[in-house]
Ligand binder design. Structure first.
Ligand code: 6PG
Length: 488
């Protein structure tokens, strides 16, 4: 039962405060309390406060539940550490506004939600000008992660993050003895790293869904068979949390009829914005991340359910037989290669952000903490760490010696699987974009010369030449009199 209706004794105090008792907030509270940290909690919604039950946690006696924001603030020991776990956007802004009038100089607000990093930057400047400290904290791992140990990506002023780092390391996941918690720089750095985590998460989920479709629609496997395939893949180099849960999902039955439950799920993917922000940042920072972008586009296309249903009745399907020349080992290699290319894009984006924003954002640190607790944890991260350790300035992970053999066999597999999917009419936005990224990146010559000529032709945008220095403009247009069947 909730104890939120009782007023806390004035003498009670807590080391840490959490506002927001949704899935993540309450499980972080249990996690802190389990580690012996006394925590006071509050939620702006009375029904959420009333549904909160500290006694479900072994650390329950360490949790105090406040019935008002004023009471909550009084209970947190000064200088206060207050973690906000609310929906990104307006709810966070509104809560910070309320807290400003209740807090005193030196208190620290930590935003642990999936906030947009530019909001975090702005809030840090505003709050620091008022004498309050602010940290942006990306938390990954969902309900289980929050309870048992999430990956934690911190950003904020040195004083702010150093104050909470020991506590956050205590509650984070661990790989060996290393806590999956790191500081990535000032202001919005932590939320930026979490946003890229989510961009990778979107791309990885879409790639797995594409492979599911290839195995089902092209190769004729049923859900329970695909589950077994994923289970086996999870024993090898493809091992990853998302592969593990996919294997579980595919054998989950609808209790009504024993059929695969996944087949009853509406094929419209939701999104809360972090994948979109990652794609936007890639475009803004000029870092090519086509697979991160395509994953967001794919969710958008899934949302056109009614239109797709109508189009399915009228637009022709490919006439080729839906049999595939792919083998399971080829599909496995294709997915692993796609994963490598997705991570490559994500790490390139992290590298550019570090330069643009002047963050001491460690790529090895990101790879290391993503090995535990978080949604994108994968065996491949061990190789990524080795690659970065051999050359921390490597401009692109595809150039690392560690991946040479993987690419030698993986890229042909990705080509074969992608070709079969394209010929069979199975959409592969992420697999296809990963392959095109690879082919573009390995090409010393791209057809961008033609784009430059087109720009110069219609807009006198000028161009550079390969055979001499300088900036050029040419008259490209063939006189109308010399053209036959001029479309004008
Ligand atoms: C995590 C996840 C999590 C995210 C969900 C839903 O690392 O635990 O990234 O933070 O909120 O995955 O995201 P979408 O609703 O945008 O798919």
């Amino acid at each position: 039962m909730s104890n939120t209706n009782k007023t806390l004794a004035p003498s009670t105090s807590a080391e840490f405060g959490i506002i927001g008792l949704g899935v993540m907030g309450r499980n972080l509270a249990y996690n802190l309390a389990d580690k012996g940290i006394r925590v006071v909690v509050y939620d702006p919604f009375p029904e959420v406060r009333d549904s909160f039950d500290p006694s479900v946690s072994a650390g329950g006696p360490n949790i105090l539940a406040a019935g008002s924001l004023q009471e909550f603030v009084q209970v947190v020991k000064t200088p206060r550490n207050i973690l906000i776990m609310l929906k990104a956007g307006e709810p966070v802004t509104a809560m910070i506004q309320k807290l400003i009038s209740l807090l005193t100089r030196g208190d620290l607000i930590i935003d642990g939600g999936n906030s947009y990093y530019k909001d975090t930057e702005r809030r840090a400047v505003d709050l620091e000008a008022r004498g309050l400290a602010f940290a942006g904290m990306g938390v990954s791992g969902g309900e289980k992660g929050a309870l048992e140990g999430p990956a934690i990506m911190l950003g904020g002023s040195k004083a702010a993050v150093e104050r909470i780092l020991p506590i956050m390391k205590t509650i984070s996941a661990r790989v060996g003895t290393r806590p999956c918690c790191e500081v990535f720089g000032g202001g919005g750095a932590g939320h930026f790293v979490k946003m890229i985590h989510n961009g990778i998460e979107y791309a990885e989920m879409q790639a797995i869904a594409e492979v599911y479709s290839i195995l089902r629609d092209l190769m004729g496997h049923e859900e329970h068979q695909i589950s077994t395939i994923f289970k086996q893949w999870n024993e090898g180099p493809l091992a990853a949390y998302l592969i593990e849960i996919t294997a579980d999902i595919l054998v989950t039955q609808d209790p009504d009829d024993g059929m695969p439950l996944v087949g009853k799920v509406m094929d419209v993917a939701g999104q809360k914005g972090t994948g979109l922000w990652a794609a936007q940042s890639a475009l803004e920072l000029g870092v090519p991340c086509p697979s991160l972008v395509e994953a967001v586009v794919a969710r958008g296309l899934s949302g056109l359910k009614r239109e797709r249903q109508l189009a399915a009745e009228t637009l022709p399907e490919p006439s080729v037989e839906k049999t595939s020349g792919c083998s399971l080992p080829m599909v496995e290699k294709a997915l692993l290669t796609t994963r490598l290319i997705i991570f490559t894009q994500g790490f390139a984006l992290l590298r550019q952000a570090a330069t643009t924003y002047g963050w001491p954002l460690g790529l090895i640190d990101a790879a290391s903490i993503w090995r535990g607790g978080c949604v994108i944890r994968a065996a491949l991260l061990e190789d990524i760490i080795k690659a970065l350790e051999s050359d921390k300035d490597i401009p692109n992970l595809l150039l690392a010696g560690q991946f040479k053999n993987m690419l030698v066999t993986g890229v042909p597999a990705l080509r074969a699987v992608s070709s079969a999917a394209l010929m069979g009419g199975v959409p592969i936005p992420v697999l296809g974009s990963a392959l095109s990224y690879y082919d573009s990146y390995r090409s010393a010559h791209l057809p961008a010369n033609l784009i430059q000529a087109q720009r110069d032709c219609f807009g006198a945008h000028t161009y550079e030449r390969v055979d001499k220095p300088g900036t050029f403009h040419s008259n490209w247009q063939v006189p109308a009199s010399q053209k036959k069947n001029n479309p004008q």
